[in-house]
Design a protein around this ligand. Structure first.
Ligand SMILES: [Zn+2]
Length: 418
């Protein structure tokens, strides 16, 4: 992406009173209405901020309780969503008018102020609220390297409601050094977790269900087992024919999944797709031969499709990716209470277990160079902000895109001529 800035996001919970909660809820709901109103007005007419804002601003002000700056931002959000649709359409994708359902609201430096005492002041539909940031204890918090830094300045931030909590995704940026360029070594990484219930889950919260594959594989294995017992020549021929058909179903599912993974990487402008070590998946999931074959095939499909797009595909060690909390890094058996649910016993964050694993897999690739002093990469993990919902259809790009960086700060790259 042609951008002169390195962008990072620090995510933190807010401590809110009941009164503040009501105001934030109201602001989120008015924000969604404002974005929708502006989108409805501009859809099919215009898509730049400078066109959508004068078209929709007065109506947003009149029909919502948003303050003037939030009204402006909502027209910009609408412009961005419509532009995303136009880009998708240019790639031959089917698009429909964006709808704003995610419980989020955008902030900029006019509507949000961070203070040195770890509090933040946020505009709402009424008065401003001032809340404490609920930051991790001293050394655990990667957020500190941005919050207290002269190098990083605040840009757009997003407030997201999730299970009664408010998460603030604070956007930071700093100018790029001359030598910084997005390559496989310091670009954006998409983490992918493979499994049986969910065939694939990405660090951007894209869920590809495993149900269809499991069904097709079962049919395939049934045909195969039944015919092998018969053992005759004609049975052998029937096996070849029917496995041709059953196998086609299986391959078709895998192609759809691999396309979806590569699309997700393109959508978030990723340079690397990271999977966990495929031999580890076999041990961990206790998968049947069919699933093991399917994982390998899916990986190979992603590999060649991604390479055609200039994206590299890597495997990382999978130790503890299912037991480590992607939010605070705490690793424990108890974090994984059930098959699907991840609940960190330290920071209490909850997530779909496969989604948590996908973030860890991507993060492992991001952090891969820590032991090596030669590495001065700036990799980041592609994440989606907001509530994690199993894939519910089309979301307007780049709505909710966040890149998170949890590594320790690196020194600037050494003199490239040296
Ligand atoms: Zn945690």
């Amino acid at each position: 992406m042609a951008d002169d800035y390195v962008r990072r996001t620090a995510i933190t919970r807010l401590e809110v009173t009941d009164e503040q909660r009501d105001l934030l809820e109201d602001t989120i709901s008015e924000w969604k209405r404002g974005c929708q109103l502006a989108t409805d007005m501009a859809w099919g007419k215009c898509n730049t901020k400078s066109d959508v804002q004068p078209l929709a601003y007065d109506d947003v002000r009149e029909h919502t309780d948003l303050g003037s700056q939030h009204a402006i931002l909502s027209t910009h959000q609408a412009a961005q969503a419509i532009t995303g649709c136009i880009e998708q359409k240019a790639k031959g994708k089917k698009v429909s008018k964006p709808t704003f359902t995610a419980p989020t609201v955008k902030y900029d430096t006019r509507t949000m102020t961070l203070f040195d005492d770890d509090t933040v002041s946020l505009s709402t539909t009424e008065s401003r609220v001032r809340c404490d940031l609920s930051l991790p204890d001293a050394d655990d918090g990667y957020q500190r390297q941005y919050l207290g830094s002269d190098e990083w300045s605040i840009t757009e931030s997003t407030l997201t409601a999730r299970d009664g909590d408010y998460l603030l995704h604070i956007g930071f940026r700093r100018p790029k050094n001359d030598t910084e360029r997005n390559t496989a070594e310091d670009g954006t990484v998409l983490g992918v977790d493979l499994g049986i219930e969910n065939l694939a889950v990405t660090s951007t919260a894209y869920f590809f269900s495993g149900r269809e594959l499991t069904h097709d594989l079962r049919e395939f294995e049934k045909v195969r087992a039944g015919l092998q017992q018969t053992g005759t020549r004609s049975a052998h021929r029937t096996l070849e024919q029917s496995s041709g058909r059953e196998l086609r179903y299986v391959r078709d599912v895998l192609h759809r999944a691999s396309n979806a993974i590569v699309d997700e990487a393109l959508r978030y402008e990723c340079d690397v797709i990271a999977f966990e070590d495929l031999t580890d998946i076999r041990d961990r999931t206790g998968a049947s031969w069919g699933h093991r074959w399917a994982f390998r095939t899916l990986y190979e499909q992603v590999e060649y499709k991604a390479e055609a797009e200039g994206i590299s595909v890597k495997q990382v060690g999978s130790a503890y990716t299912s037991k480590r909390c992607a939010e605070c890094g705490f690793t424990a058996e108890e974090n994984r209470a059930t098959r699907n649910e991840f609940r960190c016993v330290k920071c209490e964050s909850e997530a779909n277990a496969d989604y948590n694993a996908a973030k860890n897999i991507g993060m492992r690739y991001v952090r891969r160079g820590q032991q090596s002093s030669r590495r001065t990469g700036n990799s980041q993990l592609a994440l989606k902000s907001g509530t994690v919902t199993p894939n519910g259809g089309y979301t307007a790009y780049p709505d909710g895109f966040e890149a998170e960086f949890m590594d320790k700060p690196h020194p600037p790259r050494a003199n490239p001529s040296g």
